[in-house]
Design a protein around this ligand. Structure first.
Ligand SMILES: [Zn+2]
Length: 334
């Protein structure tokens, strides 16, 4: 199988043998509804919850579901891991197209019996198919992630034996190869979910192998861990600054409704929730504005040395390794 048949630039060139498909196509045609239009009246409206499940004082007594499912709109779900199961509490968008579903990031817990991400994703796909007159067996699942950190791919193996599922590998070469990129990070490719395009390009800096994802339907720009409402750990300043420049170029040329990172580690009034904290009762929203991205870029232009800087929206932890904002001494190398 060509692993990249979902990319729009070569999807049209794939020849499907007629003899293999005619019968099933004819049988399906009688029951399959018209394709959903993902290209008109954009951006597709949607909403974030006023408050996410954000842990609890006593995690042993936590009764919230392991994964919170929020439907941003009828064709877009955003999942979040319960902080009782991982302090990282990563978010994971789930984008539906006519042919396939994209899951971005897979949380920080491996085992299904601890934390059944696959079961939740399957439920979401079943719900969506029921609402839209589709057969879940016709939908391909792409299990992808923003970057190679365990809080973003720990549950990837839950999907290893799932039918009609493809996922990114866990090396840089496999990741760029999955998206058919030959010029990382500048090259931008288009993933076709079946009438719904996702634009993808490289966004290194937090780590070297990181990607930005833009959904043309909701116009949400997903920035993973390189820009999120919390401590942006910047391991490599120059690539990160260039990645920020690419994001700015992008928002200058494309409509963006929300910029969304993968974590929240900050309160509504700008307090840092310390590393490892499992209860964030007053946490800030996950979504950010284009203006906040621009302000951060302008702020970043003034940074000339390692340290932790608060921009008003995010902490930029420039090459500070394990130093945190609650360490008394100090934020910078001497
Ligand atoms: Zn992370």
């Amino acid at each position: 199988m060509d692993r990249r048949t979902f990319l729009s630039y070569n999807a049209a060139a794939v020849a499907v043998p007629t003899a293999l498909t005619t019968f099933s196509k004819a049988a399906k045609a009688a029951t399959t509804p018209d394709p959903i239009d993902f290209t008109s009246n954009l951006p597709a409206p949607g909403g974030f919850p006023d408050k996410w499940i954000c842990g609890s004082e006593s995690l042993m007594d936590n009764t919230d579901p392991p994964v919170q499912v929020h439907w941003y709109n009828a064709h877009t779900a955003i999942l979040r891991q319960n902080k009782a199961y991982s302090y990282e509490a990563p978010f994971a968008p789930l984008y539906f197209g006519n042919d396939r579903v994209l899951l971005l990031d897979e949380g920080f817990t491996t085992w299904r019996n601890d934390w059944d991400l696959r079961g939740v994703v399957d439920e979401c796909i079943n719900d969506w198919c029921a609402r839209n007159g589709r057969d879940p067996e016709d939908m391909e699942l792409l299990v992808a992630f923003s970057h190679l950190h365990a809080d973003h791919y720990a549950a990837v193996n839950q999907f290893a034996d799932r039918p009609k599922t493809r996922y990114m590998g866990l090396t840089h070469e496999e990741m760029v190869g999955f998206w058919g990129m030959t010029n990382f990070p500048e090259e931008q490719v288009t993933l076709d979910l079946g009438g719904r395009d996702i634009l993808i390009w490289g966004s290194p800096g937090h780590v070297i192998s990181e990607f930005a994802y833009y959904d043309s339907y909701t116009q949400i720009l997903y920035t993973g861990d390189m820009f999120y409402r919390g401590r942006c750990y910047i391991s490599f300043w120059e690539p990160w600054f260039e990645s920020m420049g690419r994001l700015i170029d992008f928002v200058n040329t494309h409509p963006v409704t929300h910029v969304m990172g993968c974590h929240v580690e900050i309160s509504k009034d700008g307090q840092d929730y310390p590393y490892g904290m499992t209860w964030q009762p007053n946490e800030a929203p996950v979504q950010m504005t284009v203006e906040q991205l621009r302000e951060t870029y302008e702020f970043a232009k003034t940074i000339t040395e390692p340290g932790i800087y608060f921009t008003g929206t995010v902490f930029l932890c420039n090459q500070t390794r394990g130093t945190t904002t609650i360490d008394v001494n100090p934020y910078r190398y001497s």
